[in-house]
Write a protein that binds this ligand. Structure first.
Ligand code: AMP
Length: 459
């Protein structure tokens, strides 16, 4: 299997006079989930209108395009991927004309058996344009002998293994469905309209609802197909209940802190991670400093629990992209200096605790600690609000291959030496699971070394 690194957001809206604009705003709020490309498809009088392009939501949709995106329903997508190749071909939503009209589809997550399904489809004559697994959904639906789109999805989605939170638009329906393990989030909201009614909105993250004034209703359940048409809202399960595999990394890093993901607020869960981290790994110091922005809520929790004052000892330049997703290693390592500046007047002569959410390759922590030392810190203790990142993600988070992860190659002591800290400690798995109130609910923590919840089809 080729190892895609997809990170995405999806959005859907039904029954809204400004569907195109709502999709635009819904994607704007979810820009952190993917910055490479974006697209919106709306539907007016049974015809699909689409626009997509490479770049940020604010760049791809100028006013003249938003005016063109007429209709009362629509879907949208933003995407980041390291797959390279023809990025525009892979930009979603994907669109097609099927026997029963136009269909547009947008997908968040990674289907692990997609190569097998593609090969099978190709052998039976299917023609693919891009390299993403979303296209396979279209082909499976197109080939299904069933007439009704919901029946098609019910029948075919089950063949996909892995992570998929999908929104789909026909000429009269907005459909959303989520894989049986529920790896990626997908929520339903209602947006009040002037006439007293409401439109129905779907988003990867609830922060999209806040922006457009929609109220969170509930999550789409793992293995559920939800759809809205002129007869109202409907739901059916296409898979029998399985143990869920909610992505723990959504809470650790990926989601926005103002989102509610898998039933819990992300800001609160991150603060809780910081509190556990302080209890499990106490240290005496003059101040707790977050690595902005990823370490901020956890550092607040660490400070509250330990009683050590919280300080913004590192200031971030917000006008550059995520250092992590720059294309080459040379730019990536240079990026830390452009992005983060330690406040030497605050830090000089002090013992500091630096809190971040994760160490992946170790490059960022190493550079930050060097900067903090150069700014005059006496002791630098590193605290990570998650367990060591040990394995690559196959379900839609951009982690490097497993052999490039420092925690896969080195012990905690060796990592401490590599990053140049006086001490280094990680949050325990128990602390992490308690922070998200996992209880009986299943989470996927494969990136932290627990077994992958599906087969990986690596041959
Ligand atoms: P590294 O320099 O490779 O150790 O990267 C660690 C930094 O990357 C931390 O500050 C994390 O917040 C951040 N990070 C972790 N996972 C991701 C991801 N999937 N995408 C972007 N940044 C990430």
């Amino acid at each position: 299997m080729k190892h895609w690194h997809e990170e995405c957001a999806v959005f859907g809206v039904y029954g809204d006079p400004e569907a195109g604009r709502m999709a635009y705003l819904g994607l704007y709020a979810q820009q952190h989930r993917g910055q490479e490309s974006t697209g919106i498809v709306t539907c007016k009088n049974g015809k699909h209108i689409h626009h997509k392009g490479l770049g940020l939501v604010g760049e791809v949709f100028p006013e003249e395009e938003l005016v063109r995106l007429k209709g009362e329903m629509g879907i949208g997508h933003c995407r980041y991927s390291t797959t390279g190749g023809n990025a525009l071909t892979n930009t979603q939503p994907l669109t097609a004309q099927l026997f029963n009209g136009p269909v547009a589809i947008a997908h968040n997550g990674n289907v692990v058996n997609s190569d097998r399904i593609r090969d099978e489809l190709k052998k039976s004559g299917a023609i693919f344009q891009g390299t993403n697994d979303t296209e396979s959904f279209l082909h499976l639906i197109a080939r299904s002998p069933k007439q009704d789109i919901i029946e098609c999805i019910k029948e075919e989605a089950i063949r996909m293994d892995g992570a998929y939170s999908v929104v789909l638009l026909t000429q009269d329906k907005l459909v959303a469905f989520r894989d049986p393990k529920g790896f990626r989030p997908l929520s339903i909201g209602h947006r009040p309209l002037d006439d007293g009614g409401h439109s129905v909105v779907i988003a990867s993250e609830t922060c999209a609802f806040d922006l457009i004034g929609a109220k969170f209703v509930r999550d789409i359940e793992p293995g559920e197909i939800f759809w809205v048409d002129e007869t109202g809202e409907h739901s059916v399960r296409f898979a029998t209940e399985q143990k869920s595999a909610f992505c723990i990394f959504e809470h650790v890093y990926f989601s926005r802190p103002d989102s509610k993901v898998f039933g819990i607020g992300v800001y609160e869960s991150r603060k809780e991670m910081g509190r556990y981290l302080a209890r499990e790994n106490p240290i005496s110091a003059d101040m707790v400093i977050p690595v902005p922005d990823s370490g901020v809520p956890a550092a607040i929790g660490y400070s509250e629990e330990s009683g050590i004052p919280f300080e913004f000892g590192i200031i971030r330049n917000h006008y550059i992209g995520r250092t992590f997703i720059q294309p080459s290693q040379s730019i990536r390592s240079f990026g830390v200096k452009i992005k983060l500046n330690p406040q030497s007047e605050l830090i000089r002569g002090k013992d500091v605790v630096i809190v971040d959410d994760s160490i992946v390759r170790g490059t960022t922590s190493r550079k930050i600690i060097a900067l903090i030392r150069a700014a005059g810190a006496r002791k630098v203790h590193m605290r990570i609000a998650a367990p060591p990142t040990k394995a690559s993600c196959y379900y839609g988070v951009d982690t490097p291959e497993t052999d490039q992860l420092i925690a896969n190659q080195k012990s905690v002591d060796e990592i401490c030496q590599f990053v140049g800290a006086d001490s280094l400690a990680y949050l325990s798995m128990e602390g992490l699971m308690s922070s998200v109130q996992a209880g009986e609910r299943g989470f996927c923590a494969a990136c932290f070394g627990t077994p992958y919840p599906t087969e990986l089809y690596l041959d």
